[in-house]
Write a protein that binds this ligand. Structure first.
Ligand SMILES: Nc1ncnc2c1ncn2[C@@H]1O[C@H](COP(=O)(O)OP(=O)(O)OP(=O)(O)O)[C@@H](O)[C@H]1O
Ligand SMILES: [Mg+2]
Length: 233
């Protein structure tokens, strides 16, 4: 579904990505782990179109999207959330869900049903009319997650979706994600919460210093000495 080959990105003297290659199959849940500053968010920005790479190529469903603008990638079915949330803080939860989806020109009733169902899944229905800024950080993350799902993307990239969660929200997030995955969605998730990412991912990719260290079964990747070493620095 997605293929990344030899992706390289510099910021001045910093080599944030150094020849990253990666493939994602339809309906996988790929977890990405790696120390702070190892290039995880930069990889996501390059795939979703916020940044253009210095070198390398990205294909999505057979189309070369390496240099496509962000909105064209979104229209092909690539969605995302941000590590630092980007909600409309003064709008209500309900408005946050419907405003970005308006551009899809779906019938209003269909959009409203979808929004109501997603709110139910993440257990935020009771906050429907609350301003986004009044939600806890964890609730805001859940809202940004389901807002991304309103756009009917085929693959959704989540950058630290559980950061700031109250512990009892983790299971709600995992259940929602797995339900959407059963319905056909593909996910790539950057996480520092190791127990959560071990539970959700069907495959784990470890990144360090802008390079892929290892990709495979979550338990073998997580216990690999090279990966442990990279984490402990
Ligand atoms: N816009 C930018 N301008 C300059 N340097 C940047 C920029 N974005 C990232 N970097 C640098 O690139 C490297 C990789 O950063 P990146 O944000 O991708 O790491 P990360 O793995 O997502 O880290 P974290 O786990 O802390 O979110 C870091 O050294 C960072 O300082
Ligand atoms: Mg990051």
């Amino acid at each position: 579904m997605l293929k990344v080959e030899g992706l390289t990105k510099h910021f001045g003297g910093t080599k944030a990505l150094n020849g990253v290659s990666l493939e994602v199959e339809k309906q996988e849940i790929v977890g990405i782990i790696g120390p702070n500053g190892s290039g995880k968010s930069t990889l996501l920005h390059n795939i979703t179109g916020l940044y253009l790479p210095d070198k390398g190529n990205i294909w999505f469903e057979g189309t070369d999207i390496t240099n496509l603008p962000i909105d064209k990638r979104a229209r092909l079915g690539i969605g995302r959330t941000f590590q630092n949330l980007r909600l409309f803080k003064l709008l209500t939860v309900w408005e946050n869900l419907l405003v970005p989806a308006i551009q899809l020109k779906k019938p209003k009733k269909e959009m409203e049903e979808q929004a109501a169902e997603l709110l139910e899944l993440v257990k935020l229905s009771h906050l429907k009319n609350e301003q986004a800024q009044n939600l806890s950080i964890g609730q805001q993350r859940l809202l940004e997650f389901i807002r991304a799902m309103m756009l009917d993307s085929k693959i959704v990239f989540l950058d630290e979706p559980t950061a700031g969660f109250h512990p009892n929200m983790i299971q709600t997030f995992i259940d929602t994600l797995q339900e959407l995955n059963r319905r056909g969605k593909t996910f790539v998730i950057i996480e520092h919460n190791i127990p959560a990412i071990m539970e959700i991912s069907t495959r784990l990719v470890a990144i360090a210093a802008g390079e892929v260290l290892m990709s495979g079964d979550p338990h073998s990747v997580h216990s690999n000495p090279e990966v442990v070493e990279a984490y402990l620095g």
